[in-house]
Design a protein. Structure first.
Length: 295
């Protein structure tokens, strides 16, 4: 029996995946396959190279404290600050940054992203992972979902995290690859195609809330994008055998200061899901045995 783990997208909220992995590891639930989207691709790739969830949190803490990460500039988009002056300053910077999208394909410099990912992956390839890994992206030339599972981890993860307009896209073999979150935010289908008999999904999406506060066309576009992502993710989740849903909805997508909080929420959600995981593991084993005896 192969147990697979689908790690969903969600930017900073994806730090909760670390807590999910810690619980599964502690409870001796083997993860045989991993498929990730966006931040799920980052966490999944680092874990598959070195399957040690405790050290994964330490690595994340060191990375988030590094100058290389700070130079990316995600803090510009996080305006949840109690200081009024800081909130106003951040708001102005955020609107200026979004305005730049009108004149260039992405906001954050490619060199900064590649420097960060180079420090994380250090030339590693899919072939170097100890657990089979796939990451999800979209080719916006053809509109097709793309699942990457060979070659450079840096290139594949760069594509999977390439939030349109924010992070640089990846051009590969005529493809124009960006973040897979729009159509494969929790890549359960791709995980099943890898050969998972039991698919566990770590889902960061929250139920869609009623919203009527639209001040700009950009607000409306973001809302439509949110609705589409939610509906597509809901469809993907119907394919999962077990869904783990960390409660990180209050975390701003660009706020990477809450590592320990997100990890704890991931742990709590995984612990709640343990009885169902064990039930589904037993059921899957019995089903496989039944098929063998019927032959």
């Amino acid at each position: 029996m192969k147990i697979g783990l689908a790690l969903g997208g969600g930017s900073s909220r994806g730090l909760a995946h670390i807590g999910v992995l810690q619980v599964l590891e502690k409870e001796n639930i083997p993860i045989d396959l991993v498929c990730g989207t966006s931040i799920g691709a980052v966490v999944g790739a680092v874990y598959c190279l070195d399957p040690d969830a405790t050290s994964l949190q330490i690595k994340a803490k060191e990375l988030l404290a590094s100058d290389t990460f700070k130079n990316i500039g995600f803090n510009v988009f996080d305006n949840k600050d109690y200081n009024l002056f800081r909130r106003i300053t951040t708001f102005v910077k955020e609107k200026y940054s979004y305005g730049k999208v009108l004149f260039r394909p992405y906001i954050i410099d490619r060199e900064k992203v590649e420097k960060l990912l180079s420090e994380i992956f250090d030339g590693k390839r899919f072939e170097d992972t100890k657990i089979p890994l796939s990451v999800a992206a979209i080719d916006i030339v053809t509109g097709e979902d793309i699942v990457l599972n060979e070659g450079s981890l840096l290139q594949a993860v760069s594509a999977s995290i390439a939030i349109p307009g924010l992070l640089p896209h990846v051009e590969k073999d005529g493809q124009f690859l960006v973040d897979g979150g729009a159509t494969q935010n929790v890549p359960v289908e791709a995980l099943k195609e890898m050969g998972a008999d039991l698919a566990i999904a770590s889902n960061l999406s929250s139920p869609l809330k009623v919203c009527s506060n639209f001040k700009t066309g950009l607000d409306i576009n973001f809302r439509v994008d949110e609705i589409v992502k939610y509906r597509l993710a809901k469809g993907e989740l119907t394919l999962a055998d077990v869904i783990i849903s960390p409660d990180v909805k209050e975390i701003h997508w660009a706020d990477y200061r809450k590592l320990d909080f997100c990890v704890q929420k991931g742990r709590e959600a995984a612990i709640r899901a343990l009885p169902e995981i064990r039930r589904k593991m037993k059921r899957t084993i019995f089903q496989r045995l039944g098929k063998i005896f019927r032959r």
